[in-house]
Design a protein around this ligand. Structure first.
Ligand code: CS2
Length: 484
């Protein structure tokens, strides 16, 4: 049967007027944005607030605009738990700019008078900052091009600076820049990257940004696996329409935002967002407990042959290793008002076991070089300062190194999807199958490991021991033995 495609012709969206103005410009309209922030704005306008449509922008991939344009930017969020499935048609995105074709439209959108907020989900690597230190990666060719001319920006930083520059020149006032990526102190990091960029372009502009523009930090949380063609086929079957832009996600959702807005602030607290003065503790708990555990499950799970997170969760030794990793990480966390880590851990355990999500370990394994510092290395180095070892966290780092080999335990090759893949491949080659030499070469990558941890005695030795076992016995038996 030929099912109609979702669009405003085939679906009568009535919850709010979709022709109202867009107060938000969002950079990076991937699945995560569509399953998280866009739903909060959808609820906000359903509650009656006006002027908070989202003008989306895709900075690299043409796929998202190709999926959303024919659907008038309508799409379905499918919420799956083990026992039920809910569907919601989301209307909060007004349109999507494909930035490489229309860079000036995106600059104009950021500079538009009605824009009050620029939100970002551009992934860790999209900031073009060194993961360990947060310094700008000036030698990145796109960033270098933007630093020399902003006529046709290519990078998120370039677009933000070009848009702010126009607002400054035209006296349009500031907009709040809100990072929604899994980076520590994401507001501060974004601010310092934007300021470093702007000060190379125009010192007066940089001063204005420093004085007028705010960069709240935020903690975002919702598991959003990549949509597959099977997911689209299943939705077509159950809903009776075709939706190429659907997203699938879990019930759980959380957004904690630092209440520091320099322009109109959407009343997101009416939609379940926690507005607070202090995001740092939430952010650290989420990065170290959720994302740290995710990375462990991804590398060891994938190496042990598990395609999905819920499968790794059910494999021998993984629950014990997970619990050990959480014990280690938890001890490094500050007290956070309203956060009970015991409940948080129990909830996470159930979320990771959600088999209906089909969350691929290789999806999480991606871009490890950008993720390791905030997810694993920070806890390890905090513990080291108080002379504590971190066997579970260190095993996870060794598993990341083993993943960089690009060959699984059955000898099958795979692509290591990471902006530093060439650099890690060189380190593996230099190590010539000797775990100690491999670890030495890897820990020399300062962008990832910084300078502290590699200098210590304990950490390199312990990573080497774990890597040796992984190479000799394989991940499944290393994890099983860990639990003994
Ligand atoms: C995951 C995250 O892919 C990954 O690296 O750890 O995307 C994770 O699912 C989200 O941060 C959950 O909020």
């Amino acid at each position: 049967m030929n099912h109609p495609r979702l669009s405003s012709q085939t679906y009568d969206f009535t919850r709010y007027d979709r022709s109202q103005s867009a107060g938000v410009v969002h950079l990076g309209v991937g699945a995560f944005h569509r399953a998280h922030q866009a739903l909060y704005f959808d609820q906000l306008m359903t509650n009656g607030a006006e002027g908070w449509m989202i003008c989306g922008a895709s900075l690299r991939s043409a796929t998202v605009p190709q999926q959303l344009d024919p659907q008038d930017s309508l799409y379905t969020a499918v919420v799956r738990s083990d026992h039920s499935e809910k569907r919601l048609i989301v209307g909060s995105i007004s349109d999507v700019i494909f930035a490489p074709d229309n860079p000036q439209s995106l600059v104009a959108a950021i500079a538009a008078p009605q824009t009050a907020l620029v939100t970002l989900t551009i992934t860790e690597k999209g900031y073009l900052i060194d993961p360990a230190s947060g310094a700008l990666i000036r030698k990145d060719p796109h960033l270098a091009a933007d630093l020399s001319s902003l006529d046709r920006p290519r990078t998120a930083l370039g677009f933000i600076v070009a848009g702010l520059s126009r607002r400054y020149e035209e006296g349009l006032g500031p907009v709040t820049i809100l990072s929604c990526d899994n980076l520590p102190d994401n507001g501060k990091r974004t601010r310092s990257a934007v300021l470093a960029f702007a000060s190379e372009v125009d010192a007066d502009l940089a001063d204005w940004i420093k004085r007028e523009v705010s960069f709240p930090s935020s903690m975002v949380d919702r598991i959003v696996p990549a949509t597959t063609s099977d997911d689209i086929a299943a939705l077509t079957e159950s809903a009776g329409y075709r939706d190429e832009a659907m997203v699938k996600t879990e019930d759980f959702t959380q957004w904690v935002i630092e209440d520091n807005f320099c322009a109109a602030r959407p009343a997101l607290e009416t939609t379940g967002v926690q507005m607070t003065d202090n995001v740092a503790g939430w952010e650290m708990a989420k990065l170290r407990l959720l994302n740290g555990a995710h990375s462990m499950l991804a590398y060891l799970g994938a190496l042990a042959g598990h395609d999905f997170v819920h499968q790794a969760m059910a494999a021998p030794g993984f629950p014990e290793l997970l619990s050990a990793l959480w014990d280690e990480a938890e001890e490094t966390l500050p007290e956070v008002d309203g956060l009970d880590t015991a409940i948080y851990r129990t909830d996470l355990d159930a979320r990771f076991r959600n088999a209906a999500l089909q969350h691929r370990t290789v999806q999480i394994a991606m871009d490890g070089s950008q993720k390791l510092p905030q997810r694993l290395l920070g806890s390890i180095s905090d513990r080291q300062e108080s002379a504590q070892t971190s066997p579970a966290l260190t095993l996870s780092v060794a598993a990341w190194i083993r993943w960089q080999f690009g060959v699984d335990e059955a000898g099958k090759r795979y692509t290591v999807d990471d902006p530093l893949a060439n650099r890690t491949a060189q380190a593996i080659a230099a190590g010539n199958d000797d775990p100690q030499a491999i670890v030495r070469a890897m820990l020399n990558i300062e962008q990832i490991f910084g300078t502290g941890l590699p200098q210590s005695d304990e950490f390199p030795n312990s990573v080497t021991q774990h890597l040796t076992s992984l190479m000799e016995k394989g991940a499944a038996s290393v994890v099983r033995d860990f639990a003994r």
